[in-house]
Design a protein around this ligand. Structure first.
Ligand code: OAD
Length: 239
């Protein structure tokens, strides 16, 4: 089965990849819906919604500061590194990620589109000023002098994706000859619709140890970890 993936990747010029938290599981970071997943042990509406932030910004920032620290201690996995190694092979390669952990960038991927934002900076809800989160958000600086508040540069439930990122990812999916969907349950839209609606002309492969919401709609489901499959693909392509 992996032979077909390697064959498709060896002749394609246009590749689009969608990743989710499963690709960072091998870096030791929790997923959202799996065993020990963040949404199993935390209340989404408290921590990842505009209303939750309005109610208790200190709680929200305490949680994101902890997550940011965990991201900083994690290292890119073999799967992150494999995608970075694949990229230079292609004239058109876009890596759209739902992850906010910066691990693709740290692995050396260049054309990364962060659909759900990042935890490198905070943004003021009032004036739009940004604050670099090198050491996290100091809790005493959440309230901004303009009357607004610094919030994580993250897409929360009920919010639209950033327009520029969405357009880049949707266009890349529409151009793609091969689309890879890696380490995501594909339950969150519109990200998942990159594969199901936008990658109309692409041959689509999914890499995930478990079945997902889109398994029936893809051309190939590889039931293994991202590192297992991607390391093998890179070795076979000689990337
Ligand atoms: P989920 O927790 O929904 O799904 C993680 C997926 O990773 C599951 O399908 C696992 O089977 C798979 N997985 C686990 N280990 C893996 C491995 N080693 N290799 C490959 N796959 C593996 O997380 P996401 O799909 O990322 O959004 O969730 C999507 C969005 O929902 C997140 O970006 C976040 C969340 O709410 C926001 O916060 C806006």
């Amino acid at each position: 089965m992996i032979d077909e993936l390697v064959r498709r990747l060896s002749s394609a010029r246009s590749v689009c990849v969608l990743t989710g938290s499963g690709i960072s599981a091998e870096s030791g970071l929790p997923t959202f819906r799996g065993v020990g997943g963040l949404w199993r042990t935390h209340r989404v509406e408290q921590l990842a919604s505009p209303a939750g932030f309005e109610r208790d910004p200190v709680l929200v920032w305490t949680w994101y500061n902890e997550r940011r620290a965990a991201h900083g201690q994690a290292s890119p996995s073999a799967a992150h590194r494999a995608l970075a190694a694949l990229e230079p092979r292609y004239p058109d390669f876009t890596l759209a990620t739902q992850n906010v952990d910066s691990l693709h960038l740290r692995a050396g991927s260049k054309n990364v589109v962060e659909l759900h934002g990042n935890l490198r900076e905070a943004r003021c809800t009032g004036c739009g000023a940004t604050y670099s989160l090198e050491r996290g958000m100091p809790l005493e600086r959440i309230e901004h002098e303009c009357g607004g508040r610094f919030r994580p540069q993250i897409v929360w439930f009920g919010e639209a994706l950033p327009q520029r990122e969405w357009t880049l990812a949707a266009d890349a999916a529409m151009r793609a000859e091969v689309m890879l969907v890696i380490g995501t349950s594909a339950m969150v839209h519109p990200a998942a619709s990159l594969a199901t609606r936008y990658a109309r002309d692409a041959w689509i492969a999914e890499v995930n140890p478990e079945a997902t919401a889109i398994s029936d709609a893809v051309d190939l489901s590889l039931r293994a970890t991202a590192s297992e499959i991607l390391s093998d693909v890179v070795a076979r392509l000689g990337a």
